[in-house]
Design a protein around this ligand. Structure first.
Ligand SMILES: *Cc1c(COP(=O)(O)O)cnc(C)c1O
Length: 468
């Protein structure tokens, strides 16, 4: 197949895409496939001879779309959204055509400079301090690992990189139990060890207690440990809990600890000034991650890590063998020195298309709707017989359970969730909160309307009726 042969196929793919989106609302959000059923329909060995695009595409249409969970379905209320605004899908197609590897300024001048400007646009959109810089990462997991490695090396005065950790003091990192598992993973992978992630107790609002943080740091110091960093949580994955950053980051500052804030989901909502109270104190952070690929509309993957001063992270992650050196001036940025992978996709383009095609006002309007609808949905659901809203909406996420008389609420709620998801009109997922099995309802898709939310509520209520 030659590039000329692509031309009719790009048109066919565009027509397919149009039809996919035009029919998406009518499809079940989650497929009814059995594990192994897709693999069973694929040849066990690769073809020796080329096949025609007609055959390949026909097989794609036959086997793949109906066996996918439709993340862009407007009634996808599971997990957190992974939004793909049409303008960002288009940008991603253009980036595919360029297929650039954006590791250094010299391998991708426009991509590098666009990235710098997009980070600064987003810094302004979220009202973060002037002078902060940042970098695009694939996921929040990578940004958090980068920050934890920086905490480690800063505490060890960059000796860990050359000498390893075996002779080093035991490091300690502090976070609440509302943080995402990516924090635990980072601590494990950074060689710090799960046992040295201190889960500081939270208060009645599920926010880390600053007094207990301070106590933990002081006790650890007295016991010979080396405190290295504090990780704040804004919009936790389970119920959307947030730490009071102005309190805990002040403690981190007082003890000269590096700090990182995980706002992977909630960060997008900070484009709306009225929601910024939840991250009051953010200006005290050293590193902040948020995922435009969750709620803002940039399609996956696109995670932004803001840095007060990139120097510590660059000192931790940069490595310059001769073949990667660029023989030029100081003023260029090589973003691969800020991240773990060397190779980098052209992610800035979708942010550029997105921010221009909707404007901050367009993005704010969507997020405000989602927050408003979550409040309405929680209120309506609370009025259904035997339904309980367990955690009130935090931004656009709330949790609920089903407590029919004379039944175990955990068992009934789990059964209800299975029925809701078999129904297909919507898709919801669960969490454990304060020892209880609860269902999360998270609104965030770009094309969701109130009617979609109302349809989901109806599906929930009807699923409960089938249990009686
Ligand atoms: C989704 C989420 C993550 C993980 O994000 P990835 O980009 O998939 O690594 C981390 N933290 C929070 C709070 C999240 O909601």
């Amino acid at each position: 197949m030659k590039y000329e042969d692509l031309v009719p196929w790009t048109a066919k793919v565009a027509a397919w895409a149009h039809n996919y989106y035009a029919t998406l609302r009518g499809r079940p959000v989650r497929p009814t496939v059995q594990p192994g059923s897709v693999a069973a329909q694929l040849p066990v060995a690769p073809p020796e001879q080329p096949e025609s695009m007609e055959t390949i595409f026909a097989d794609f249409e036959r086997l793949i779309p109906d066996a996918m969970t439709h993340w862009q379905h407007p009634r996808f209320f599971a997990y957190f959204p992974s939004n793909a605004a049409p303008a960002s899908i288009l940008a991603e197609q253009v980036a595919n055509v360029l297929s650039a590897q954006c590791m250094l300024w010299q391998t991708s001048p426009a991509a590098t400079e666009l990235e710098t400007v997009m980070i600064d646009w987003l810094r302004q959109a979220l009202d973060l301090p002037a002078g902060w810089r940042g970098v695009l990462q694939d996921t929040a997991t990578s940004a958090t690992l980068s920050a934890v490695l920086t905490m480690r090396e800063r505490a060890l005065e960059w000796r860990g990189l050359t000498e390893g950790l075996s002779g080093a003091p035991i490091l300690r990192i502090y976070a609440s139990d509302q943080t995402h598992s990516s924090i635990d993973k980072a601590i494990r992978l950074a060689g710090i060890g799960q046992n040295n992630l201190v889960k500081v107790p939270t208060d009645g609002d599920w926010a880390m207690r600053a007094d207990r943080l301070e106590e933990a740091i002081e006790q650890d110091r007295a016991a010979g440990y080396l405190p290295a960093g504090v990780i704040g949580c804004i919009g936790g994955t389970s119920i959307g809990a947030s730490d009071r950053l102005h309190e805990i980051l002040a403690v981190a500052r007082r003890h000269s600890l590096y700090s990182h804030v995980d706002a992977a989901w909630a960060g997008s909502a900070m484009v709306c000034p009225e929601f910024r109270e939840i991250w009051r104190g953010i200006e005290l952070a050293d590193s902040v991650v948020f995922n435009p690929h969750k709620w803002l509309g940039a399609n996956f993957d696109c995670s932004v890590q803001f840095l007060r001063q990139p120097a510590d992270q660059v000192r931790t992650l940069a490595i310059r063998p001769h073949y990667l050196q660029t023989l030029d001036a100081e003023e260029i940025t090589n973003y691969s020195e800020w991240t773990i992978p060397l190779g980098r996709r052209f992610r800035a383009l979708k942010l550029w298309f997105l921010l221009r095609a909707y404007g901050l006002e367009g993005l704010r309007a969507r997020i405000r709707n989602h927050v408003h609808w979550a409040e309405q949905a929680a209120e309506q659901l609370q009025a259904f017989p035997h339904f309980q809203v367990v955690t009130a909406p935090r931004l656009s996420l709330f949790t609920f359970r089903y407590v029919p008389p004379a039944s175990d609420p955990d068992v009934a709620t789990r059964e209800l969730l299975e029925r809701i998801n078999r129904d297909g009109r919507t898709y919801l997922t669960q969490t454990t909160h304060a020892g209880q099995f609860v269902i999360r309802f998270s609104i965030g898709h770009f094309e969701t309307t109130w009617d979609d939310v109302a349809t989901a509520l109806q599906a929930i209520q009807e699923s409960a009726v089938t249990m009686q």
